[in-house]
Design a protein around this ligand. Sequence first.
Ligand code: ATP
Ligand code: MG
Length: 229
Amino acid sequence: MAISTTPLIHLSSVTKEYPLGNTTVHALRGVDLTVSKGDFMSIVGPSGSGKTTLLNIIGCIDQATSGSVVIDGQEITTMNDKQITDLRLYKIGFIFQTFNLIPVLNVIENVEFPLLLMKTFSKTEVRSRAERLIEAVGLSEHSQHRPAELSGGQRQRVAIARALVTQPAIILADEPTANLDSETGNQILELMRDLNQKEHTTFIFSTHDHNVLAYAKKIVKIKDGLITE
Ligand SMILES: Nc1ncnc2c1ncn2[C@@H]1O[C@H](COP(=O)(O)OP(=O)(O)OP(=O)(O)O)[C@@H](O)[C@H]1O
Ligand SMILES: [Mg+2]
């Protein structure tokens, strides 16, 4: 059986420094990380250890200070803005801790949004793709509701549908269950695990919740900006 050996994501010696007044915060101090296609990986570490920073760099929301970041064979640290925007739009779905839904749009419009940015699909195609995802996350009855009319768990499901609608190879989720009660959190994790198994979507999610760790197939520990195991 042929096994692809090229990793989907490869970071080497990645550092991130933030200037803070007269000092510098060393948020990442030389991170090496390899993620393979189909991984269901959890990044765990205490508050301030660098989890969000790491996910933001992989998700091209933030840039590394030094080091190399290769996604699907492409070195992103040398890409221009247009290339970065395309990479984010076509290959990566991001689920934020605080959902980041657009308040004036209803559920289906929020989910359609990235597809409209892609400009590759007809209106009917956009609508039917969004409807399929909303059904998958169990929100069909709420598709006309705005985020403010939904519970935290429902909002997170909208965010997941929006991250998945473009069928990205990679989903990055920053503490996807942090704002949810444990039962809703488990439902969200089961949904993510289902998608990982059925669609082979690669997931990387950060957490400091031990309940979440039970779901992970791989666990990466981070402390003070360094991966410890
Ligand atoms: N924009 C910024 N400016 C200055 N320092 C920052 C900035 N963003 C993060 N930091 C610092 O970088 C370090 C890593 O932060 P990061 O948000 O990645 O941690 P985290 O592991 O996600 O923490 P949490 O579990 O609390 O979300 C922290 O010391 C933080 O204070
Ligand atoms: Mg964080």
